[in-house]
Design a protein around this ligand. Sequence first.
Ligand code: ADP
Length: 250
Amino acid sequence: MAKIEVKKLNFYYGNYQALKNVNMNIEENEITSLIGPSGCGKSTFLRSINRMNDLIEIARYEGEILLDGKNIFSKDCDLVQLRKRIGMVFQKPNPFPKSVYENLIYAPKIHGEKSKVVLEEIVEKSLKAVNLWDEVKDKLHKSALSLSGGQQQRLCIARAISIKPEILLMDEPTSALDPISTSKIEELIMELRANYAIVIVTHNMQQASRISDKTGFFFQGELIEYGKTTDMFTIPKNKKTEDYITGRFG
Ligand code: ADP
């Protein structure tokens, strides 16, 4: 069974249909990239997986998203628990305006962790997991905003994994970063694959082809093609995919 099974997902903002009959299986220990021109529904799809779109009043869903076989749209789905299992990282690094340390203990504390020793362990482990420990171990009590953009984004990934999620959703996580920070984050994402299912929205096709196992191409709310990244970039099945990846539009 796939970690996440999306079945016949339709999504509406009021009368506007942003996703049309999307079916997709997302596997554990794989990186799945979502590509497609701006406005085609990639972020909407990503935000459906942890029900972030619920915050939008006019949002409406049809279909199912099964997480380990259980529909996340069912009435008994606990949203706090769901978002603990599914971490999210955004385009612009958005650490809290607090210390590095406080950024990392915030979510574990909300989820009930009180032991200082355990919290200290979480801080160290999360920072090591994102290859940031050596850079910030002497600055744990400095403001997170004093770090560089790339360091802030790695801190946000560390914050997302501080509560041991099973899935990481990333919405263009490198688009605000310089090339060196971008390549560090790409390496990190590939390391994290060993422990998580990762879904990443990217407008950067080279990035999708460099790091992802599977790629989905969205166009006007439809998932036009989905499969192994190497296949999609070498022998796309659909003419629209081919036109997009060869740069004929976008
Ligand atoms: P992408 O991530 O591919 O750029 P989005 O998922 O952000 O695309 O947007 C898909 C479509 O839904 C776009 O036409 C966009 O204008 C529309 N949309 C996105 N967010 C909202 C919202 N909060 N309210 C109304 N329409 C929205």
